[in-house]
Design a protein around this ligand. Structure first.
Ligand SMILES: O=C(O)CCC(=O)C(=O)O
Length: 286
């Protein structure tokens, strides 16, 4: 029997950031229900399909990425709707409640799971972080259901409480998992240490809803390395047209007024903006 997940926090609740942060700390995950409307999620599916077709995106070539799963990386460069979704305020506030101010975007990826996909290997997204487990969250993954996530079509597998386990999952071991069933527009927020993986798609493909469309929008604390190199992933003249908050999230920002400077200037100087830094050194006194 699959495990069950705690009830979702409605996106309209007054205290979403605090509730999400508390549940992620306690359980390693939290679902926020209905962050997007079904129509908004459907419009993003259409955008994913457009980019897949334009770039002839193929299924994965290894077991981890999935032989029946299409992934588009660096999605923010693929269209404005993807950039808008990164800036969704409820989810950003929840991420800040977990990672603290000056956190960064770490990557944007779509995962389109088709029939016949097998369950992805369980893993933790911060598995490369050289800190002994368990440790406070340095990374947060938000998994957005763009279509309904059902157990049969590949809803994400989650091992509740696994962010506190001292080890990473070993390939081949069997573990009880919960299936993160969510309606289109809902978001699963994961502590970076939580064991999870894409689910199996056991449908026969006879219905359009058998295709499972999801987005992974990942964040890291401001002192960590981002998984995707977002600074190099988009030409600087294009980044200059992005909303200021997105520029900051990509990395044109500083952590605690020191990490990220460029020749003692704020990196936004590279975007043609005022780069006068508010350096922490200026305030340090004996
Ligand atoms: O598609 C999913 O539900 C999860 C995918 C995932 O965890 C990954 O690719 O790292």
């Amino acid at each position: 029997m699959p495990l069950t997940l705690a009830p979702a926090v409605p996106a309209t609740a007054p205290d979403v950031p605090e509730r999400v942060a508390a549940q992620v700390e306690a359980e390693g995950y939290c679902v926020i229900a209905d962050v997007l409307t079904a129509d908004q999620a459907g419009a993003l599916v259409a955008e994913v399909e457009r980019v897949e077709a334009e770039h002839d995106i193929a299924v994965g070539a290894n077991e981890f990425e999935g032989f029946h799963t299409r992934r588009i990386f660096n999605l923010i460069a693929a269209g404005e709707p993807f950039r808008d979704v990164v800036l969704e305020p409820t989810v950003l506030a929840a991420v800040e409640a977990i990672l603290g101010v000056d956190f960064l975007l770490s990557g944007t990826t779509s995962m389109h799971i088709s029939p016949s996909e097998t369950p992805q290997l369980l893993h933790a997204d911060d598995g490369m972080v050289s800190l002994p487990r368990p440790h406070p969250a340095t990374m947060v993954t938000t998994l957005w259901a763009l279509s309904d996530f059902r157990a049969e079509n590949g809803a994400t597998h989650v091992v509740p409480g696994s962010h506190r386990f001292p080890d990473m999952p070993k390939p081949g071991d069997r573990h009880d998992v919960a299936h993160a069933e969510m309606s289109a527009g809902s978001v699963l927020v994961l502590h970076g240490s939580t064991w999870h993986g894409g689910g199996a798609n056991d449908t026969d493909g006879s219905d359009p809803s058998d295709e499972r469309y999801g987005l992974s929008i990942q964040f890291v604390a401001g002192w960590c390395r981002q998984q995707q190199n977002l600074m190099l992933g988009t030409p600087i003249d294009v980044v200059a047209t992005y909303p200021p908050r997105l520029q900051e999230l990509i990395g044109y920002s500083m952590f605690r007024n020191v990490m990220g400077h460029v020749n003692r200037e704020h990196p936004r100087a590279l975007l043609g903006l005022d780069g006068t830094p508010d350096m922490v050194w200026d305030k340090m006194q004996r």
